[in-house]
Design a protein around this ligand. Structure first.
Ligand code: PSU
Ligand code: MN
Length: 310
């Protein structure tokens, strides 16, 4: 039944059947997170990095209403170039499939499709979270409720401080989602390694993270895990400078009355403008770093599965 809607690239299907490591990638980051052509170049390089580190990449998106696990070069171009590409979260999947249109998948919807395919590790830049002012707007990303429900580990560089990062941590705790720092005990804030917020869980080794994830799922503790991997020091941006840029972007969004699903793409584009594109290099580099760590994690997790089945 699912096959009617889900199309998994043969290489990925085979790898999954053989319990080889596979890493999912999202497409909203391509369509709405970066400008063309850097978005498509980054997506391709991420796939390469995942291969170089011993796993198979699976970029996820919706093409003509089909949930695609593994996009072709041509489909990556469509994602990167179409100015009106729909941003698709959990809510939007049925409509996009019914209308047989294209859609770029967010963290939430990429997790859903990865899970349908049997992929356990997913790499992105930053997750959505609780927006500032959420007490009155109710704007909490569907990424967080997805993390509460869907068994996929998400490797990211934390979240951007366009969000209320303290409330995001509280919400993840409420929903029972572990957030594990990789070689850091502080929540990374995407462009910066620091946020001023301490994490209660962190590990030095990927194997230890894989062990926690593996145990969570074997105990039937439903839901995802966030692996917070800070941007490498040499590409990190200045904390005070970024705080200022983000505050200005937030002010502009408020003045223009930007709401709902437009908020995140608007703020991302605005920050790019304010930093005169400087933030883009950091953004690209942190995604590359996540791709490497994601491949390592997928490899480590696949070993666990093999061992446990013995
Ligand atoms: N944060 C980023 N870059 C992104 C996104 C978030 O730093 O590209 C994208 C991701 O696809 C994420 C989505 O899942 O935005 C969250 O959107 P919203 O806040 O509308 O749920
Ligand atoms: Mn939102």
């Amino acid at each position: 039944m699912l096959e009617k809607y889900l199309d998994i690239k043969p290489e990925i299907k085979q790898s999954l059947a053989e319990n080889k490591p596979v890493v999912a990638l999202e497409s909203t980051i391509i369509a709405h997170g970066m400008p063309y052509p850097q978005n498509v170049e980054t997506a391709k390089r991420c796939e390469q990095i995942i291969r170089e580190n011993g796993a198979i990449p699976a970029t996820i998106g919706i093409i003509n209403g089909i949930l695609k696990v593994g996009l072709s070069a041509e489909e990556l171009e469509i994602m990167g170039k179409s100015p009106n590409m729909m941003k698709v979260s959990r809510r939007d999947i049925p409509l996009v499939v019914a209308q047989k249109i294209h859609g770029a998948t967010t963290v939430a919807s990429t997790m859903i499709i990865a899970n349908m395919a049997g992929i356990k590790v997913f790499v992105t830049g930053g997750i959505g979270g609780v927006h500032r002012g959420a007490a009155s707007t109710f704007d909490i990303s569907a990424d967080l409720t997805e993390l509460a429900n869907t068994n996929v580990a998400v490797v990211c560089a934390g979240a951007k401080s366009i969000l209320d990062l303290g409330l995001t941590l509280e919400y993840l705790e409420t929903q029972g989602v572990p957030i594990i720092g990789y070689q850091t005990d502080e929540l990374p804030a995407f462009y910066t390694r620091k946020s001023g917020l301490k994490l209660v869980q962190w590990c030095e080794n990927i194997e230890d993270i894989a062990s926690i994830i593996n145990i969570k799922w074997h105990l039937n503790l439903k839901g995802g895990v966030v692996v917070a991997n800070p941007v490498p020091e040499e590409f990190a941006m200045d904390f005070d400078y970024m705080t200022n840029c983000i505050d200005n972007a937030l002010k502009k969004a408020e003045q223009l009355g930007i709401k709902g699903k437009e908020t995140t793409p608007f703020l991302l584009a605005e920050i790019k403008k304010i930093t005169q594109g400087k933030s883009l290099d950091t953004n690209i580099q942190l995604v590359f770093n996540n791709a490497k760590v994601g491949a390592m994690l997928a490899k480590s997790l696949s070993k666990f599965d093999t061992d446990l089945s013995k």
